[in-house]
Design a protein around this ligand. Structure first.
Ligand SMILES: [Zn+2]
Length: 193
C-alpha cells in the first residue's frame, strides 16, 4: 500500500503554478477615488446633444458647455417650442374657448340651482352687501330704503320684494328698522287668485 502510493506520487505530472490575477492594494481607498475621478472627467468631456434636440436645437457640447448653453441661450428653446406648437395654435385656442363655455354653463346651472332652492325653500336668504354703508346713507337720509331682489313666495307663487329701512321710516325713524313687503307683478299672476 505504501509503495503504491510512492509510485503513484513519483509518476504524476507536476502541476504548473497557477497564475493568479494581481489584486491592487487599495489601502485607504485613494486608488479607487482617483479611478472614479478620472471616469467623471472622461464623462464630462463626452459630447452630447442639447436636451431640446427634439425641438430642433442643434447644439452639441460637453457637460459644461451644455450647462452654459441652457443658462445663456434658453430663449432659443422658447422660440423653438413656440414654433413646434404653432400648428396646434387653433386647437389650443379652441380648447380654451371650450373650457370658457363649460365654465359659463356651470355658472348658469349653479345660479339656476340657487334660484330653485329659493323657490322651494320656506326661507329666503337675502344677502345685503356693504350693510354699514347702506346704514350710513339711511341715517344721513340720502337713501332710506334697501330693496331686495324680486323673489317668489313658492315655486309658482307671487313675486314679492322686501324693502328695508335700516334707520327706520316715518314714525319709527331713528327708533326701529322698518321692513315692508310688496307684491310685485309676477310670471304666475295669470293662474293665481
Ligand atoms: Zn439647445
Amino acid at each position: 500500500m505504501f509503495s503504491s502510493i510512492l509510485h503513484s506520487s513519483s509518476s504524476s505530472i507536476p502541476t504548473p503554478p497557477v497564475s493568479r490575477p494581481l489584486t491592487p492594494i487599495e489601502g485607504n481607498g485613494s486608488l479607487k477615488t482617483i479611478s472614479l475621478s478620472l471616469t467623471k472627467i472622461e464623462n464630462d468631456q463626452i459630447k452630447k446633444s442639447c436636451p431640446f434636440e427634439k425641438y430642433g436645437c442643434k447644439f452639441v457640447g460637453n457637460r459644461l458647455s451644455i450647462q452654459e448653453h441652457m443658462r445663456d441661450q434658453n430663449d432659443i428653446h422658447i422660440t423653438l417650442i413656440g414654433e413646434k406648437l404653432q400648428p396646434f395654435r387653433e386647437e389650443i385656442f379652441e380648447g380654451i374657448e371650450a373650457i370658457k363655455v363649460t365654465h359659463e354653463k356651470a355658472e348658469k346651472i349653479e345660479n339656476q340651482a340657487k334660484k330653485l332652492i329659493h323657490c322651494y325653500s320656506s326661507a329666503y336668504m337675502w344677502h345685503i352687501e356693504d350693510y354699514p354703508e347702506k346704514y350710513r346713507l339711511a341715517k344721513k337720509g340720502t337713501k332710506i330704503f334697501v330693496e331686495s331682489p324680486k323673489f317668489l313666495t313658492s315655486r309658482f307663487g307671487y313675486a314679492i320684494t322686501v324693502f328695508l329701512a335700516p334707520f327706520g321710516d316715518l314714525e319709527t325713524s331713528r327708533i326701529y328698522s322698518s321692513i315692508y313687503v310688496s307684491i310685485m307683478p309676477g310670471q304666475h299672476d295669470p293662474v293665481l287668485h
